[in-house]
Ligand binder design. Structure first.
Ligand SMILES: *Cc1c(COP(=O)(O)O)cnc(C)c1O
Length: 216
């Protein structure tokens, strides 16, 4: 498919769901993709990229950040507390805040660095044992704590729906949770379901293989 096709599909989905043009941010998920393909997207003017692992991101993005201005890097994957400092130095947006200890370490480090990234709270909408994220029943309390106790810049909620369920149910649940917590952004929708996510109000779609091809 490629970047242009995905942009076009996003534009149509915005129109069809009465969203204003450009209201959906496309995060090109570049984890495990060949460097040439990522560079092609950079040369085409794309600037928002997503990675899953801090270490992998450090292998490629510092050099590109020097050569291409205004790159916005999104951390999508689970984060260990001992990597928070490195993560904050490289990433502009974090989509995977999923536990209190991590919130505390974020808070300590953002104060030291004077740099406060935009943060999404990850919600385990399917309440799956193996999946990271705050349970939907605990989201209200957790968001409040992140803002009040830890002074974090919480901008929205993020989810990864269970593989064998209708994603729309999870998108609508996430939207409801965000609304009642006064959060404006929704990080939801991947290669297979980003159009549906947009009709449910997604502001940040995370698309990898549909842009770059299957990961190696
Ligand atoms: C890998 C990944 C994506 C992109 O997945 P595709 O199916 O390739 O679009 C999106 N979000 C997260 C959290 C991911 O880990």
């Amino acid at each position: 498919m490629g970047l242009d096709d995905i942009r076009e599909k996003i534009r149509i989905a915005e129109l069809q769901s009465n969203r204003s043009q450009g209201s959906v941010n496309l995060i090109a998920v570049s984890k495990l993709q060949p460097y040439e393909k990522i560079e092609k997207a950079l040369l085409a003017g794309h600037r928002g990229f997503g990675e899953n692992r801090v270490q992998e991101a450090y292998q490629k993005w510092p050099a590109w950040k020097e050569n291409f201005p205004n790159i916005v890097l999104h951390l999508l994957g689970p984060l260990q507390t001992n990597k928070v400092k490195d993560a904050l130095a490289l990433f502009d947006v974090v989509h995977s805040l999923d536990r209190e200890k991590l919130a505390r370490v974020f808070s300590e480090n953002t104060q030291k660095l004077g740099r406060c990234p935009e943060i999404f709270v990850q919600v385990n909408t399917g309440e799956e044992n193996q999946k990271a994220g705050i349970s939907p029943t605990k989201v209200d309390d957790f968001v409040k704590e992140c803002k009040q106790t830890y002074a974090l810049n919480i901008v929205g909620l993020m989810c990864i729906p269970p593989i064998n369920e209708e994603p729309a149910l999870h998108f609508s649940l996430l939207r409801k949770l965000a609304q009642r917590n006064g959060l404006k952004r929704l990080s939801m929708g991947m290669s297979s379901d980003f159009v549906s996510a947009i009709t449910f109000g997604s502001t940040d779609v995370r698309v990898g293989s549909a842009i770059f091809g299957q990961r190696t």
